[in-house]
Design a binder for this molecule. Structure first.
Ligand code: FUB
Ligand code: ZN
Length: 655
């Protein structure tokens, strides 16, 4: 059968090169997940797992195991019952609803929609006539509402807005959106120029208001988001009670956002703030936000990011400490922070048109974020350390349960990150088997991507169209495949020979131009044209810059975007006793971690024996296996290491 026919019938939507642009100020408009059909062998099973196992876990925990939904019911009953749980628990309900919405949009599951409607009815019933909605204060003392900037009323509200927009988009049902609008109007009537000041204690509302603006086209929400950003760094939060707030850097409140140059404080707060600032800048064109964010981005990526794309090294502030302080076993690397890195870097790519942001997005997505979800889909990591003595374990849920629904909403909307459009150009940002369609001046163009990425570097895209058409296709040239490290890069591979991707059209090699990190081919296309894009997939030995003391005299292994680790489950129960001298030869072997088919890395390496008389290297090397970092701790608690010592000098045995 004609493949283009199948394709056209499968894709009933179409994205215009121009008309869907959210604003004139973005260089690349990401294609919405709802317009991307994911067929990928790597991601599709994960999306399906989220739609079933992860969402089931979120629903069970939210309404049966914990009092989160119960709090809304108590408000509606108006019987003076007490709030249970923590003041930010409402946000988990909203985040789960957002993830459910994405899943409903792509999977059309009526049972899930019914559950969402049930929750939405309870949420709506808990809204006060003036629009206020927060179970903690409504049950615990309304007179105290909007007094303490650190108490997450704005954060909870922001997550409600995001969920309501997502649900409206998924179902067209207005009820939840109307609740959100009423809440946003309440906030707007209380705070703003000429009204009360407010510094969001946990940023989130800024980006959510931009989503509400996009959904309603009411510019007051955009203005409110911009105003909230402008409230930071003026000392307005002084005198508020929460202890963390004493350090104004904790909530990025040291200097005005437009002047910020350094990353400080709580990692998730920071990510949501900069995502919101980028969203506002996308509509206002404010260059100061962009300059500030580029400076902060360099501070994050060049001095404060783990090789997994995780951020926030300290548990004490769930965030950043000083430059180059990236301990491995103690790494905090909250799952939400990696999810936030995906959000922020997508916005930076959109604003600048530069592929290097997608390099970082990809790193965080395939490693730091994905590690937060078990292969079974129903166990979670809050923190994602890069070494473990075997005492870490994935959990069913957490007291502070921000991470499960966050990773769920990210994976459920993965399609958001695959393609972009602009200026008669189709951008392929991530290599994910999928199809979508674009509108050109000559009509609709379909693109059907097939790949076995991240295990294989071959990507093929077949184009389908009725009339010949001129446009450009831009494939990201992944940072990890390039011959020259970018200035400031924290992690350098030993195979920095020039290995540019190869491109062919209909089997013939073609020369592409390199633009902002993309391999661009601009020509006339016809139906059935096939573009092959081949990325080099060798095992890379990565070294950290010498400033990263924790990784001194160590190497990490990377193949494509995947960072590897050694885990006890594959190495006689141990991981900290393996040396990787510079002479080591690494090969690949297909492997399975539970049911997950992966490419593992194998090598014959010296393995240390620990006897009563101390440590000695085994004279005959043993076969050692490294597995993708995101798959560790799925076979019980095990020792694990990402950074392997190259010699005895840096060996640490901690178990
Ligand atoms: O502040 C409460 C939770 O802690 C937020 O949801 C996350 O950012 C986490 O760090
Ligand atoms: Zn979290």
């Amino acid at each position: 059968m004609n493949t283009s026919k199948i394709f056209f019938s499968a894709v009933f939507f179409c994205i215009s090169f121009q008309s869907t642009a959210q604003s004139d100020h973005v260089k690349i408009e990401p294609v919405n997940f709802s317009k991307v059909v994911i067929t990928d062998d790597f991601w599709k099973p994960k999306i399906d797992n989220v739609a079933t196992k992860t969402l089931d876990a979120c629903i069970y925990q939210t309404e049966s195991k914990t009092p989160r939904i119960r709090n809304f019911e108590k408000v509606a009953r108006k019987q003076g019952e007490k709030h249970e749980g923590v003041f930010y628990d409402d946000s988990d309900v909203f985040k789960a609803l957002e993830a459910m919405s994405y899943s409903i949009k792509t999977n059309h599951d009526p049972k899930l929609e019914q559950k969402a409607d049930e929750w939405i009815d309870k949420i709506a019933a808990a809204q006060l006539p003036d629009g206020y909605l927060n179970t903690f204060y409504t049950l615990g003392g309304l007179e105290n509402r909007w007094q303490d900037m650190s108490m997450h009323e704005d954060y909870n509200g922001g997550h409600m807005l995001e969920a309501a927009v997502a649900y409206f988009d998924a179902t067209g049902k207005r009820k939840f959106l109307d609740v959100a609008i009423k809440w946003a109007n309440h906030f707007d009537s209380t705070f703003g120029p000429g009204k009360r000041d407010w510094v969001t204690g946990h940023e989130e509302l800024e980006l959510a208001l931009v989503k509400l603006y996009r959904a309603t086209k009411d510019v007051k929400y955009l203005k409110l988001a911009d105003w909230l950003l402008s409230e930071r760094g003026k000392g307005l939060a002084k005198g508020y009670t929460w202890t963390d707030w004493k350090d104004t850097g904790y909530a990025q409140d040291l200097v005005p956002v437009k002047q910020q140059k350094e990353i400080t404080g709580h990692a998730v707060r920071a990510m949501y703030l900069y995502t919101g600032a980028a969203d506002v800048a996308a509509h206002t064109g404010d260059k100061q936000y962009l300059t500030a964010m580029r400076n902060v981005w360099e501070d994050v990526v060049y001095r404060n990011m783990y090789i997994t794309g995780g951020i926030g090294s300290a548990g004490s502030n769930e965030g950043f400490t000083v430059d180059y302080d990236l301990p491995n076993e103690q790494a905090y690397c909250e799952t939400c922070a990696s999810v936030g890195m995906v959000f922020w870097n997508q916005r930076m790519n959109s604003l600048t048109g530069n592929a290097e942001y997608i390099d970082v997005l990809e790193k965080s997505l395939y490693n730091g974020a994905l590690d937060g979800l078990s292969l079974s889909g129903d166990r979670f990591f809050y923190g994602n350390p890069l070494a473990s003595n075997g005492r870490h374990a994935r959990r069913e849920w957490f007291g502070t349960a921000c991470c499960p629904a966050n990773i769920a909403r990210l994976i459920a909307s993965l399609g958001n990150y695959v393609y972009g459009v602009a200026d008669n150009k189709i951008y392929v940002n991530l290599f994910v088997g999928s199809n979508t369609a674009f509108q050109t001046s000559k009509g609709e163009v379909g693109i059907n991507m097939k790949t076995n990425y991240p295990w294989d570097g071959a990507v093929s895209c077949e184009l389908s169209m009725k009339k010949k058409s001129n446009f450009a296709v831009a494939f990201r040239i992944p940072g990890w495949s390039k011959g020259i490290p970018s200035p400031g890069e924290l992690y350098v591979t030993d195979s920095r020979v020039s290995e540019m991707p190869v491109m062919k059209v209909n089997g013939q090699p073609v020369i592409y131009t390199e633009e902002n990190g993309y391999a661009v081919i601009d020509r006339e296309w016809k139906n059935g044209d096939k573009i092959e894009y081949m990325l080099p997939m060798d095992v890379k030995r990565v070294q950290a810059r010498k400033e990263l003391k924790a990784d001194g005299d160590r190497i990490a292994l990377q193949r494509g975007p995947i960072i590897y680790c050694v885990e006890g489950a594959d190495n006689n129960g141990k991981a900290w006793n393996i040396l990787a001298p510079s002479s080591s030869k690494f090969n690949i072997e297909n492997f399975k971690v539970q049911d997950e088919k992966v490419v593992s890395i194998i090598a014959d390496l010296p393995v240390l024996q620990i006897g009563t008389d101390g440590i000695s290297a085994n004279t005959s090397p043993q076969k050692v296996r490294a597995i993708p970092y995101y798959t560790w701790c799925n076979r019980g608690s095990n020792p694990m290491q990402v950074w392997l010592p190259v010699s005895l000098k840096d060996i640490k045995i901690n178990y």
